[in-house]
Design a binder for this molecule. Structure first.
Ligand SMILES: [Zn+2]
Length: 477
């Protein structure tokens, strides 16, 4: 019998299911914040727009989001720092190439040309009911262009396995995915393409980009959006598994979904920021800025205009503090603000796998449903040090959130995340942590249901307690 699902867990399931791409992820996070959060544009001046006790957000490329609330006690003579929770909005997936038309293959089958994004466990994409989602640039009758999200929701694609009977024992034993040849999804079976060529634009000029795509694909997208095929000016589309997120395990103690890395942090951090901003009694006395920065492109190294390797983090600190000081603030002021700031970088973490327990060092084997994991690597693949790790452990101790430790085995390569990149670019103090999960980078991952609330509790504690803890050990960092 199913137990009652806590609203925060149901919210997580709904968010994961409704967010097949970073664009949908950001749009749904903005909807979670609510209409009373003020949208800022990076293209316009912020001076005069940001006030103490205010709540704001902006996006870059619509796939990276920065949201923050300003403490009521922030003044020019008592400027606080930035308490930042960092994460990433992207996940490995298959993306439709700029020329997706693959012609008709054997069996009169139409396939799509796809590109591997990030380091996916690609064998897990076989035999899934896949759909297509992303953003579309749409031309409007008045000669302008707008961006819209699309999500077909129907399982229009599939990457079928080769049946066991057509493989030799040797082939089966050495199953290896060729990323170019074996992952092109089957899309349709059309004997004759009866659709009108969409190559020409409204003005009668040839559109070479549109010629590179299968007419059926363009028609599906246009029909779903209620526009003409000729209005599709460009798109960025990805494949995703249509199976919704679900609770599992005998006691619903596990949560199964795609993209837990890193939508787990996206969901929990925005929930926490929203709760913090709504707690007016606490916000009123805060001299800091509580912020959440969720970056695109972490899975491919963060080096992009909206990744953690871009200037966006440092710019957020400078622009917000400058706007709060009526456009003022000299270099000394900004450097002081940067030094008073702290980034709590939370990605997902590797839980110990019962079938591969030897992959973990026994003293550093995180478990599901056992609290947030602090990641340490003295070779600086993670930024955690004695001070930044202590801050989070102390918050966990005071808020009764268990903290686990992870260090990779010496004979195993170590992953990395946004912490070292942000620290390198900005000099801001940083800690790397995560929620424990299994099957990281699989098409379908799993984590502990109870870790959702534990993570939110720790984030709330971070916004609430960071400044006092930081000031109590002023000389440590
Ligand atoms: Zn990640």
């Amino acid at each position: 019998m199913s137990t009652t699902i806590a609203p925060v867990v149901q919210g997580a399931l709904d968010h994961f299911t409704a967010s097949p791409t970073p664009f949908h992820n950001c749009a749904n996070l903005i909807a979670t914040l609510g209409s009373d959060w003020v949208k800022l544009s990076e293209n316009e001046k912020w001076e005069g727009k940001i006030q103490p006790n205010g709540k704001y957000y902006y996006t870059r490329n619509t796939s990276t989001i920065v949201a923050f609330c300003v403490g009521g006690a922030y003044t020019a003579s008592n400027p606080g720092g930035f308490k930042v929770i960092g994460g990433h909005t992207d996940s490995p997936n298959l993306r439709i190439k700029p020329c997706s038309k693959n012609g008709t293959s054997a069996g009169k089958i139409t396939q799509l040309n796809v590109e591997c994004y990030g380091g996916g466990l690609w064998h897990t994409w076989f035999d899934r009911d896949l759909s297509i989602a992303g953003r579309v640039i749409v031309s409007t009758p008045d000669g302008k262009f707008t961006q819209h999200l699309v999500n077909l929701k129907k399982p229009v694609c599939r990457v079928p396995s080769l049946c066991i009977h057509l493989q030799s024992g040797e082939e089966r034993a050495s199953f290896k995915v060729n990323k170019e040849n074996h992952l092109q999804p089957i899309f349709a079976q059309v004997v004759k393409d009866t659709l009108e060529s969409p190559a020409k634009d409204e003005d009668g000029k040839k559109n070479a980009w549109r010629e590179g795509h299968d007419t059926t694909l363009l028609k599906l997208i246009a029909d779903d959006m209620g526009i003409a095929v000729t209005q599709i000016a460009d798109f960025e589309l990805a494949l995703y598994d249509t199976q919704p997120a679900a609770l599992g395990g005998a006691n619903e103690e596990f949560l199964y979904s795609a993209r837990l890395d890193n939508q787990g942090t996206c969901y929990t951090s925005i929930q926490s920021l929203k709760q913090y901003a709504e707690n007016t009694a606490v916000l009123e006395k805060d001299a800091d800025i509580a912020m959440v920065c969720l970056f695109d492109h972490e899975e491919v190294g963060s080096a992009s205009q909206c990744g953690a390797g871009s200037p966006i983090m440092g710019e957020a600190v400078r622009r917000v503090s400058s706007a709060l000081n009526n456009g003022g603030g000299n270099e000394d002021f900004f450097q002081t603000t940067l030094r008073r700031s702290f980034v709590f970088s939370v990605d997902m973490a590797h839980a110990v796998h019962p079938n591969y327990a030897s992959k973990h060092e026994k003293n550093h084997s995180p478990e599901l449903n056992a609290g947030v994991v602090i990641k340490t690597n003295s070779n600086q693949r993670y930024t955690t040090n004695a001070f930044t790790g202590f801050v989070i452990r102390e918050i966990g101790r005071r808020k009764n959130v268990p903290i686990q430790e992870f260090v990779v085995r010496n004979d195993c390569p170590c992953g990395s995340t946004i912490g070292p990149i942000i620290s390198e670019k900005t000099g801001i103090r940083c800690v790397d942590a995560g929620m424990a999960q299994l099957s990281m980078h699989s098409c379908r991952e799993m984590m502990g249901t109870h870790d959702i609330q534990l993570c939110i509790d720790l984030f709330n504690g971070f916004f609430e307690l960071f400044r006092a803890i930081d000031e109590s050990c002023y000389e440590c960092s």
